[in-house]
Design a protein around this ligand. Structure first.
Ligand code: PLP
Length: 470
């Protein structure tokens, strides 16, 4: 159970720059100087947007003192709630000792202990960790590791990646090559080397026209599909295995595509086929790692072990940026010098494995374990699912998708689709809940340790917002 008080801390004095600025003044300066990610400029300038001054648990405190529930864990990362005292203390204690030193050619205790701990808690066999700051950087490292792994093995021609249609793995040029979403990435398409994208297991619109109740992941090896992609996963792997560097997927949930949830069987079949051809399987748990699916890792839930695993967001409990790329010892060992021939991985970011973020991640791993964050999920999952079922009932014909602490409703065209989704998000804000729609999908992705009453409030606000936007 979370130890958070239900209110937010009142703001401290802050820096002289922050003192005594009114909402209007901060808003003016924001519009004048700040560029917001994934935000349309003109409409943002017109709206009254929240300016958050402090936060605790799943509660964000706005400048005027009003409280906003964080329905999406501040972009899917604040798994353990804001201002968790243990995590704040870990930051403060490490900050007082060592703030930064490089990991190139030297080391420090927090990074060493974190790498060791990750090898213990992650799916078995992923014995070495390379750190970075953002999820995209963890995925970039994974892709480059796969490429150099093949060079190390004497097969440098293996440079293609296979992925899923509508996958998402970050926003750098490398990652959008393997996770292209047309609505986000079209301007960059000419500069990309797109991966081979297999028919996605989009269960609400089954690509092979079957029902989820009797699904055997037929789309994994279907001959034909309604999606128009270049082929099923099995077809692409069998056809391109000798030029393939790796397969990369988001496990169990294609999050950015609209929380599309798919069966574990698909991943099990993928694991088996990658093993058959000796192709590294990269599983990207940047979004869903650390409890989101109802298990500590989605791989665990699916009963598979990847060759490369990417983690981010919830790794630090979401309080500071840190990501990790975990690899098997077998892959790691191919990077050792071969006689006179060096095989150094010339990759790394200045702040990778930063002592403060490493110490914070170590503390977060302790909190996940000691507070039994994952074990306490079933009741919360039930509240989320039951509540969202009521929201879906208001949005007639709109399917509900749930997995662990993810609950999404894809609003049917007849219920207003994308426009309705935006209206619901706007109305929810007025009612005290912050969410963002993903196309025509609305979803909740709350901190894992949100109090049951807070989860209840979130779903009730969404239900009311859905009714009032009819
Ligand atoms: N991979 C997945 C599956 C994601 O969902 C995201 C971000 O949402 C990323 C990678 C990129 O992470 P970041 O935004 O930290 O770069």
């Amino acid at each position: 159970m979370s130890s958070h008080a239900s209110s937010c801390p009142t703001p401290g004095n802050g820096s002289p720059h922050q003192q005594a600025l009114s909402y209007e003044e901060l808003r003016r300066r924001d519009i004048a100087y700040l560029w917001h990610p994934y935000t349309e400029i003109s409409s943002f300038e017109q709206m009254k947007f929240p300016i958050v001054e402090s936060a605790q648990g799943c509660r964000l405190r706005e400048l005027d003192g009003s409280v906003l529930l964080d329905g999406i864990s501040s972009w899917w990362c604040v798994n353990l709630g804001h201002s968790h005292p243990r995590l704040v203390r870990a930051i403060q204690e490490q900050a007082a000792k060592l703030q930064h030193t490089l990991l190139g050619g030297m080391s420090h205790p927090p990074a060493i202990l974190l790498a060791e701990r990750l090898a213990q808690v992650a799916p078995r066999g992923l014995g070495h960790a390379m750190f970075a700051s953002d999820g995209s950087c963890a995925v970039e490292a994974a892709l480059k590791i796969a490429l150099q792994y093949w060079t190390n093995q004497g097969e440098p021609h293996r440079t293609r990646f296979i992925t899923l249609e509508d996958g998402y793995h970050g926003d750098t040029l490398g990652t959008i090559g393997v996770g292209y979403i047309d609505g986000f990435h079209r301007p960059f398409l000419p500069a990309l080397r797109p991966a081979l994208a297999a028919v996605a297991p989009y269960c609400n619109r089954c690509p092979v026209g079957l029902r989820p109740e009797s699904c055997h992941a037929e789309c994994f090896d279907c001959r034909e599909s309604s999606s128009g992609s270049s082929g099923s996963m099995e077809t692409l792997i069998r056809r391109h295995h000798d030029e393939c560097a790796a397969v990369i997927v988001e496990p169990l949930c294609q999050a950015a595509a609209g929380m599309r949830i798919y069966p574990a069987l698909y991943l099990q079949r993928l694991r088996a086929l990658c093993s058959e051809y000796g192709i590294p399987l990269i599983v990207d748990e940047v979004a869903v790692g650390f409890g989101r699916t109802g298990a500590m890792f989605a791989c665990e839930k699916a009963g598979i072990v990847p060759d490369i695993l990417t983690l981010g967001k919830g790794l630090t409990g979401g309080l500071l940026p840190m990501s990790a790329t975990l690899v098997t010892d077998a892959i790691y060992d191919t990077f050792r010098a071969n006689g006179e021939q060096p095989r150094t991985f010339f990759h790394g970011h200045t702040f990778c494995g930063n002592p403060i973020t490493s110490a914070l991640a170590l503390a977060a791993l302790e909190v996940y374990e000691e507070e039994k964050t994952v074990e306490q999920l079933p009741e919360r999952m039930r509240i989320l699912e039951e509540g969202m079922r009521k929201v879906a009932a208001v949005l007639a014909g709109s399917p509900l998708r749930t997995l662990g602490m993810i609950a999404a409703i894809e609003i049917a065209p007849g219920a207003g689709g994308r426009l309705r989704a935006r209206k619901i998000a706007a109305r929810a804000y007025e009612l005290g809940l912050f969410i963002r729609s993903l196309g025509s999908t609305i979803y909740l992705w709350p901190p894992l340790n949100s109090e049951p009453a807070e989860l209840q409030s979130m779903v009730e606000i969404l239900e009311r917002a859905a009714r009032e936007t009819a």
